[in-house]
Structure formats: C-alpha cells, structure tokens
Design a binder for this molecule. Structure first.
Ligand code: NAD
Length: 472
C-alpha cells in the first residue's frame, strides 16, 4: 500500500530484525535467512470464453530451502504482486519452523479476481500455471508443495495434482505435489477444522499456564472463560465450536453486517443457521444487537479471537479493548501500534504466525500420507481395538465389575484418520506454545510473545543453516 512507509516484505524484515537482536548468530547467516532464495515471475496467455486472449501475471516464490520441500499456499487475487508473495513466502519459513514442520517457506499468487472468470477459465489458468511450474522445476513432492490460500480451495488443488501427475507419468509420489486436496484425491480427513482447532489448542495451552493466568488475574483453564469471536467463517466458526465444547462461553460474535451479544453464551451452529436463513447475524433470539460490528472487539471478555481480516485492532481502537488474551486466528489482525498498547495494558497477544498454523501442520500430515501411500489408522485401528478389548475383559474379570457402555466405547475405540490428525495437531500446538513461552520467560527483555515467536523461528532456521555449512 502506497501510504505505508514500508512494503509488506520490508515490514516482515523489520519484525525479523527486531527479534534478531535477541539472538547471537553471524550477521551473514541472518542476511541469508531473510533473503528470498528464488523468485519466479511468469506471464502466460489464456483464451477467455469470449475468444479474446488475456495475459496472466503470476508468481511462485521459494523463500528458503533450509528444509525441503518448500511449502505455502497459492492466492488468487487482484492485489497479488511480487512484494506480497515474497513477504508471505518468508512468513511461511518462520511459521513452519515454529511448529516444527520440516519445510522451507514458499508462496504463489495469480493476479486475477476469481469472481471475474468462469469455472472453465479458472481451470485453464490453474492447469497452465501448474505446467509453467513443472517446466521450471518449481513444483514436486520433494521440491515445492503448494496449498490453498485466499481465493483457492480443494477444487484448484485437484486440478493441480491432476496436471502434475499427467506431466510426470510414473512418478509414484505425485499426489504429494500439493496439499489441501479433496479426500478422494489424496487429501486428509481433519483438514477443514484444522486451523480453528489449532487456535483452540494454542489458547488452551496458554490458559493452562498458572503463572501466565495469575499475571492477568485469570483462573487456570478454559472452562467458564468468556470468548468473543470476530468472523464466522471457516476459522472463526470452528474456533467458537471448540471453545464452547470445552466449557467456555462464547458471549459475542461479529460478522461484517453486525455483532451480537449474550452473556449466557451463544451456540455458533444455531447462529450460523440463523444467518443462513435470515441473511444476517442480527436479531438472533435471546441475543442483543450491537450498534457497530466492531463494538464486539471492545466487549468485556477473557479471550478475543479476531478471525476475519487484517488490521482490525489498531492504534485507534486498541485502547478500548478489554479482553485479557487476544488469539490472532486471522493473519495480521493487530497492528504494531496495537501491540504497543497491549504491552502497556498487560494484554497477552498470542501471535498469528504460530497460532493459525493448524492448516500447514495438517498439510504436512497430508503430504506424509501421500508419501506413505496409506491412510492414517489403517494399520493400527483394529489392533488397538482388539488389545483394548482384551485389557478391559481382563480388568472386568479380575475386579468382578463392569464399566458402563459409554466408557466401554471410549476405551475400545481404535484411532481413525481424523483422530490421529487431531492428536498430531494437539501435540504440535502444545509444543510450539511451550517453546515460545520458554524463550520469552528466559529473556524478559523480549517485549512480547510475537517477538519471542520470531526468536524461536530464527534460532531454528539459523541453526539449520549453520549446521548445513555454506556450499563453497
Ligand atoms: P472465511 O472467508 O471463511 O471467513 C471470514 C469471515 O469473516 C466471513 O464469514 C466474513 O463474512 C467475515 N467478515 C468479513 N469482514 C468482517 C468484518 N469486518 N467483521 C466481522 N466479520 C467479517 O475465511 P477463513 O478461512 O476463516 O480465514 C479467516 C482469517 O484466517 C484470514 O485472515 C485468513 O488469512 C486466516 N487464516 C485462515 C486459514 C485457513 O485454514 N482457512 C489458515 C491460516 C490463517
């Protein structure tokens, strides 16, 4: 954006530099980490449905190959430009490092508004883009693995894998060239809810830290915490669902047409159905309408989850935010000015870079599934069930008592694919939260959790580069 003093990529570099001061790596290594290793800018023609020919501008950036393959989504948007794709690719490097997903960062973009194209045109553009990537060796299960991002979804990923596989006959791991595929095309179960569930796991871990809660006058745990969620899309809906199921009260929900409040708690599915039926979140039975949708951000609550857009909490409204914890489910919802104010007000802002990493984490599981050519759970589900039955029978025989039906079902259950994906995500988010908090605690001069997350990323990537050695 022209009115900002820095480009998006420069602002990522600035955050990096701020955190790099808390590390002790060779300046050359730090320079290498910041740089985008490969930038592929392309142009290709596509014949529109009306017979005219349009030249399409597109990109793929590989920010870092300290781990292979590179990983990152493909965005279809009018706003796509090289600086943006470079910035997003570098954020992917740091995000993957924080959640211990062994990939380098990448990102792709096609400068189109998908609403202005027919499905057939979109398919042609996506397939041609994939073919261009294949030609330059910019895609492949061991090279660079795209995923959905703004404006793309499972449909586009299915086109990509089909194009790739047809250009690489006999490549047995072809399905691993892209993630976020439909389950029938090699996708993994549990991907849809992954980001919202990851947000929940990350915040739950923070709420289980006694010292962190005490500093903010909060009780340990999620139960009875009041939560406000902005955006009832994929991420917001699932975040709200998992908080409610864990015993929190979702007292406020905001959508772009307005916001609603109910101190007794709202059910996200009921609100979603109400919105589908009436076309608006407002006038939900039992809830109060708020005058402006942004009023929800200023409600008295324990946890605020912005899950809609960037820059919604800024220097103007941050002084009025009353939440004790902010969980950045969206990308970039809080500005650097807001961060300063949170620090003064002792508000804990849990940063987007790792909190919304559930999607890429589950993408990693999808890629592993593709390389192993077997569905998660297929090998061990029956074995586990047989073993559990045996153990239960022994316990019942020895004690002469029987467990009730609900418990029996729970104990006997062998893991399905979705159970294993959820449990892998839970482990990932808990570990990442603890690593970042430990860095912060061990260095009290680090100003906030965002900087601590960057320090964690730099430590890992720099160590990896240092141990690789520099090729002569
Ligand atoms: P989505 O399009 O499914 O949902 C966004 C919702 O926000 C929509 O329902 C929209 O109506 C609502 N909204 C728009 N403007 C609003 C406003 N001013 N106030 C309140 N609500 C508003 O998108 P999503 O996939 O849920 O993504 C949301 C955010 O999370 C984005 O920043 C995205 O980059 C980020 N994110 C998503 C994923 C993922 O896996 N989907 C992963 C990482 C980060």
């Amino acid at each position: 954006m022209s009115h900002q003093p820095y480009s998006f990529f420069q602002s990522v570099e600035k955050s990096f530099d701020k955190a790099a001061k808390f590390t002790k790596f060779d300046p050359g290594i730090l320079e290498q980490i910041k740089a985008c290793n490969s930038v592929y800018q392309m142009r290709f023609p596509v014949k529109r449905d009306d017979g005219s020919i349009e030249v399409i501008e597109a990109y793929r950036v590989q920010h870092s190959q300290h781990k292979s393959p590179c990983k990152g989504g493909i965005r279809f948007s009018d706003e796509v430009n090289q600086d943006e794709v470079m910035a997003l690719a570098s954020l992917m490097t740091y995000k993957c490092a924080i959640v211990n997903v062994p990939f380098g960062g990448g990102k792709g973009g096609i400068k189109i508004n998908p609403r202005n194209y027919s499905e057939y045109e979109l398919e042609k553009i996506t397939r041609r883009y994939t073919a261009e990537l294949v030609k330059k060796n910019f895609i492949g299960p061991g090279i660079d693995v795209p995923a959905p991002d703004y404006g793309t979804g499972p449909r586009e990923m299915a086109w990509i894998v089909d194009t790739y596989a047809s250009l690489k006959p006999g490549e047995i791991d072809a399905a691993g060239c892209v993630t976020g595929k439909p389950v029938t095309q090699g996708g993994v179960r549990g991907r849809t809810e992954a980001t919202g569930l990851g947000v929940f796991f990350g915040i739950r871990e923070v709420c289980n830290m006694a010292d962190v809660m005490k500093e903010r006058g909060l009780e340990v745990g999620i139960k009875n915490k009041t939560v406000v969620v902005q955006g009832l899309g994929n991420v917001g809906y699932h975040s709200a669902k998992f908080f409610r199921e864990a015993g929190a009260k979702v007292i406020g929900l905001a959508e772009y047409e307005g916001a609603i409040f109910n101190a007794e708690g709202l059910n996200e599915e009921d609100v979603f159905q109400h919105r589908k039926k009436t076309g608006s979140i407002l006038n939900f039975p039992g809830a109060t309408n708020l005058v402006k949708n942004t009023d929800a951000l200023e409600l008295e609550c324990d946890i605020l989850i912005p899950a809609a857009l960037e820059n919604v909490i800024n220097g103007e409204n941050a002084p009025r935010v009353k939440a004790k914890i902010i969980g950045e489910a969206a990308n970039g919802p809080c500005t650097p000015e807001a961060d300063e104010i949170f620090m003064q007000k002792n508000i804990l802002c849990v940063p987007d870079m790792y909190l919304n990493a559930g999607g890429v984490t589950v993408s990693y599981f999808e890629w592993l599934k593709n390389l192993s050519h077997v569905r998660y759970g297929r090998m061990e589900k029956r074995f586990t069930e047989n073993l559990n039955t045996h153990i239960l029978n022994q316990i019942e025989g020895l004690t002469g008592k029987q467990v009730d039906e609900i418990e029996r079902k729970f104990i006997m259950h062998g893991p399905e694919e979705q159970d294993l994906v959820h449990s892998g995500l839970e482990e990932t988010m808990i570990t990442a939260t603890r690593e970042i908090m430990d860095i912060w605690k061990n260095n009290p001069s680090i100003p906030d959790m965002r900087t601590a997350a960057y320090v964690n990323a730099i430590n890992k990537v720099a160590t990896s580069y240092a141990e690789l050695g520099i090729f002569p």
